[in-house]
Design a protein around this ligand. Structure first.
Ligand code: ADP
Ligand code: MG
Length: 297
């Protein structure tokens, strides 16, 4: 690769990769990228560190990343320790008051602080928030309210984030928010990320999950949709190709795009550095959804 005997191929490649990232760094500097953090990337130690480093790198080159997270397996572990049986309905947790206490303690008290600490250890300046801080997110009951303290986003006021972002802090937001009466609700983290991206007019919404992206055949990674327009994505939901936990993901991407977010990405968090691969390469590795369909190279 290198024609100069004094430069190793590894060094030449490293510099080539950095140089190729320049147009992306220039394009995204000063823009906001909202990342929903979850799945294996939250559980496996090597992946956690890779995600934290990617986020720190984004912040370092002038992109303004924000993290929204759910609870991962920790909520069930703590419910188990406290002998509270987890219940799910259509992939959504049924949440009574006792469960909500645990959800809030685990998400806001523990998971959020672990993420903040992990990010700060690799040199980011992360700050933890939940939906209640600065009135960031207001909740209303999800659907007909039969899921208990499961919420939907009633409104977002991102003003608390502006001074943090301008000062170079990396906000880490747990998906718990109060309703009008101050009762904490657990909201799907994908949904919070999407609404936040819309409120911030973010450049990108990136959802890290444990599949390669949106697949035509759920068991076949080769059937990945690399790019979807809004109407194609809506059709996949209507046809049942997108189902289960992929439905709120795809729906929140569609809503974010309809409200002015430039692109939404569903990305495999099991692949180390998938975040950088998606943001800083033409081809990306997951599914990119955008308002104006363009083929990815
Ligand atoms: P997360 O924990 O990251 O929110 P979820 O389990 O809620 O992930 O949602 C992702 C799941 O959605 C996948 O594991 C898969 O089982 C399911 N799914 C349904 N339809 C599709 C599809 N068309 N392509 C990929 N995954 C799909
Ligand atoms: Mg989910």
């Amino acid at each position: 690769m290198s024609s100069d005997p004094l430069i190793s191929d590894a060094d030449a490649q490293r510099v080539a990769v950095l140089s190729e990232a320049l147009p992306y760094i220039q394009r995204f500097a000063g823009r906001r990228v909202v990342v929903k953090y979850g799945g294996a990337a939250m559980v496996r130690e090597d992946l956690r560190e890779a995600v934290f480093r990617d986020l720190a790198l984004l912040a370092c080159v002038g992109v303004q990343p924000l993290v929204v997270h759910g609870g991962g397996p920790e909520i069930n572990q703590w419910l188990g320790k406290l002998a509270i049986e987890p219940r799910f309905h259509d992939g959504l947790r049924v949440t009574d008051a006792a469960t909500m206490d645990v959800v809030e303690m685990v998400l806001v008290g523990r998971v959020n602080k672990q993420i903040v600490t992990g990010l700060n250890q690799v040199g980011a300046r992360a700050v933890g928030l939940s939906g209640c801080d600065g009135g960031l997110v207001r909740a209303r009951p999800f659907g007909d309210g039969s899921l208990g303290l499961v919420g939907d986003v009633a409104g977002v006021d991102p003003s608390v984030l502006e001074p943090l972002l301008e000062a170079g802090y990396l906000p880490v937001i747990s998906s718990v928010a109060p309703d009008g009466e101050g009762r904490a609700h657990n909201i799907n983290a994908d949904t919070v990320a999407g609404e936040l991206a819309a409120a911030l007019q973010a450049e990108k919404l990136v959802l890290l999950t444990d599949t390669p992206g949106i697949l035509r055949e759920r068991q076949d990674p080769a059937s990945l949709f690399r790019h979807l327009g809004l109407s194609e994505a809506r059709q996949l939901i209507a046809d049942g190709v997108v189902a289960g936990g992929m439905t709120p993901k795809t729906e929140c991407c569609i809503r974010a795009l309809a409200q002015g977010v430039r692109a939404a990405h569903i990305v495999d968090g099991r692949v180390p550095h998938s975040l950088l691969l998606e943001v800083f390469t033409d081809g990306g590795i997951g599914t990119m959804l955008s308002g104006s369909p363009q083929p990815r190279s």
